[in-house]
Design a protein around this ligand. Structure first.
Ligand code: ARG
Length: 460
C-alpha cells in the first residue's frame, strides 16, 4: 500500500478497503496523459514563480524521464500505488528528491483526473475520427464501383423498389458522416481545461490557468471549478456517439450477414474475414459481422452505466466518478476494433452483381413504376394501384415477373398497356429515372459522389 494521504490517519487502511478503492489496475492506461498534464502544471508553476524556474525544470526533466522509462519498459507501473497519479508523483519524488514534492502545489487529484480523462478522450476522439475516415473512404470506393449494381431495396425486409448497391451503401456513408461530425462536436465542446480547479474551489496560488490551457492545446480554462472537477458530460457524449456508431455498424453487419447467407448470396465475404465450423466442413461463417453486431451490447452498457453512476452525484467530486474509467476504456477499444475490422471486411468482400440484379428483377420491385405508367396514361393512381395489385397476383400464380408477360396478357388486365410498358418498368428505367438528389438514379448519385469526394478530402 502506498498512498499520498496518510497524515491524519491513525490506522492503516484495511486491505480489502484499499483494494476496493484503488484504481491503478485500470487507470495506469492514463500514464502518458497524467505526465503530460503534470509537465504543463510544473511549467506554469515555474513561469509564475510559484516554484523556482530551476525546480520547475528539474520536475519536468524528471517527468520526461519517467515517461521515457515507462515507454521503453524499464519502469514498471507498480500496483502497490493507489492510482496512476500517486505512482507518478511517488516515482518522481523517489528520483529527484524533495523538489518532486512541489509538483502537487495548487493541484488536487480531482482536477488532475478530470484533466487526464479529457486528454485521453481527446486523443481517442482523434483516433476514432481517423478510423471513421478510413471506413468512409472504403465505402466511397464501393459506391463508385457499384453505380449500376442493381439490387432490391427493402422495406419490412420485403422487396420494395429497385436501388443500386451504391445507393444502399451511400445510406451508411451518411450515417458515418454524422458520426464523424459528432466526434468533432464532442472535441470542441469538451476542449476546456479543468486544471487549476483544485479539489473543488480553485486555489489561493496565483495559478495561470490560461497558460496551462494553452500549453495543453485547450481553447481556454473551464469557468467553474466545481463543475470542472465533476463534469463527465464529455465521457457520456463520447459513449453516446460510440453507441450510435455501434448501432450503425450493427445494422450494416446484419445486412452483410443476410447478404452473405446461402439463400441470398448477394455478396461473399473473403476467406480471411470468415471462420469455419469445428464439425461442419462446408461452413464459412460471418463471425466478424456477428461479433460487431454482438459487441454493440457492451457499448450500450457502458453508456447506461455512466449515466446511472452520474445521476445521483451531488457537487462536486465524489468517488463514484472513478467508475467512469473501465467501461469507457472498454467501449472505446471495442468500437475502434469494430470499425477497423468492419472496414477490412467490406473492403475484401465480393459483390455478386448478377445475383443482386436477378433478385431485383424477381420481386415485383417495378410494381410502383408499372402503376406510375398507368397514371401517366390517364388512370387515377388509386385505380392503377388496384390494377397492378391484380397483375401481381396473376404473376404470382404464373410464377413469372411482370415483364415476362406478353402484351396480350397485360392488356387482359388493363387495355391501357402498350409496347412501351416493357421499357418503362425495366430495372434500368426504374432506377435511372429517379434522379432527384438523394435518389438512386445515376445523375443524382454522381452529384452525391462529388459532394462526398470533396467532403472526404476536406477532412484533416
Ligand atoms: N482515482 C480517482 C478517480 O479516478 C482520482 C481522484 C481521487 N480523488 C480523491 N479525492 N479521492 O476519480
Amino acid at each position: 500500500m502506498a498512498q499520498l494521504w496518510g497524515g491524519r490517519f491513525t490506522k492503516e487502511t484495511d486491505e480489502l478497503v484499499y483494494n476496493f478503492n484503488a484504481s491503478i489496475s485500470f487507470d495506469q492506461k492514463l500514464y502518458a496523459h497524467d505526465i503530460k498534464g503534470s509537465i504543463a502544471h510544473a511549467t506554469m508553476l515555474g513561469e509564475t514563480g510559484i516554484i523556482t524556474a530551476e525546480e520547475s525544470e528539474t520536475i519536468v526533466k524528471g517527468l520526461k524521464g519517467i515517461l521515457a522509462d515507462i515507454e521503453n519498459g524499464s519502469l514498471e507501473i507498480s500496483p502497490k500505488y493507489e492510482d496512476i497519479h500517486s505512482f507518478v508523483e511517488a516515482t518522481l519524488i523517489d528520483r529527484i528528491g524533495d523538489t518532486g514534492k512541489k509538483l502537487h502545489t495548487g493541484r488536487s487529484r480531482n482536477d488532475q483526473v478530470a484533466l487526464d480523462m479529457k486528454l485521453y478522450v481527446r486523443d481517442e476522439v482523434d483516433t476514432i475520427k481517423g478510423l471513421l475516415k478510413d471506413l468512409m473512404k472504403t465505402l466511397h470506393g464501393i459506391m463508385k464501383d457499384n453505380l449500376d449494381t442493381y439490387m432490391p431495396g427493402f422495406t419490412h425486409l420485403q422487396k420494395a423498389q429497385p436501388v443500386t448497391l451504391a445507393h444502399h451503401t451511400g445510406a451508411y456513408m451518411e450515417m458515418f458522416k454524422r458520426d464523424y461530425s459528432r466526434m468533432c462536436d464532442i472535441y470542441n465542446r469538451m476542449n476546456y481545461c479543468p486544471l487549476g480547479a483544485g479539489a473543488l474551489a480553485g486555489t489561493t496560488y496565483p495559478l495561470d490557468r490560461e497558460r496551462t490551457a494553452e500549453l495543453l492545446g485547450f481553447s481556454g480554462p473551464t469557468l467553474n471549478s466545481m463543475d470542472s472537477v465533476s463534469d463527465r458530460d464529455y465521457v457520456i457524449e463520447l459513449l453516446s456517439a460510440l453507441a450510435t456508431i455501434s448501432m450503425h455498424l450493427s445494422r450494416f453487419s446484419e445486412e452483410i450477414i443476410i447478404w452473405n447467407s446461402n439463400e441470398y448470396q448477394f455478396i461473399e465475404l473473403d476467406d480471411a474475414y470468415s471462420t469455419g465450423s469445428s464439425i461442419m466442413p462446408q461452413k464459412k461463417n460471418p463471425d466478424i459481422a456477428e461479433l460487431v453486431r454482438g459487441k454493440t451490447g457492451r457499448v450500450y452498457g457502458a453508456l447506461i452505466s455512466i449515466l446511472t453512476s452520474m445521476k445521483g452525484i451531488p457537487l462536486a467530486y465524489n468517488k463514484d466518478m472513478q467508475e467512469d474509467k473501465e467501461l469507457t476504456f472498454d467501449a472505446i477499444d471495442t468500437v475502434k476494433g469494430c470499425i477497423a475490422l468492419f472496414e477490412g471486411m467490406i473492403r475484401t468482400m465480393t459483390v455478386n452483381k448478377e445475383i443482386m440484379k436477378t433478385s431485383a428483377m424477381n420481386g415485383f420491385t417495378n410494381a410502383t413504376d408499372a402503376a406510375d405508367y398507368l397514371v401517366k396514361n390517364g388512370v387515377p393512381f388509386r385505380d392503377a394501384h388496384g390494377i397492378i395489385g391484380r397483375l401481381v397476383l396473376y404473376c404470382i400464380e404464373q410464377e413469372r415477373a411482370i415483364d415476362e408477360l406478353s402484351l396480350d396478357e397485360l392488356k387482359n388486365i388493363s387495355p391501357v398497356f402498350e409496347e412501351d410498358i416493357y421499357d418503362a418498368i425495366s430495372l434500368e428505367t426504374c432506377v435511372g429515372k429517379r434522379n432527384t438528389i438523394g435518389a438512386p438514379g445515376p445523375d443524382a448519385m454522381k452529384q452525391v459522389l462529388e459532394i462526398n469526394e470533396a467532403y472526404l478530402s476536406s477532412l484533416e
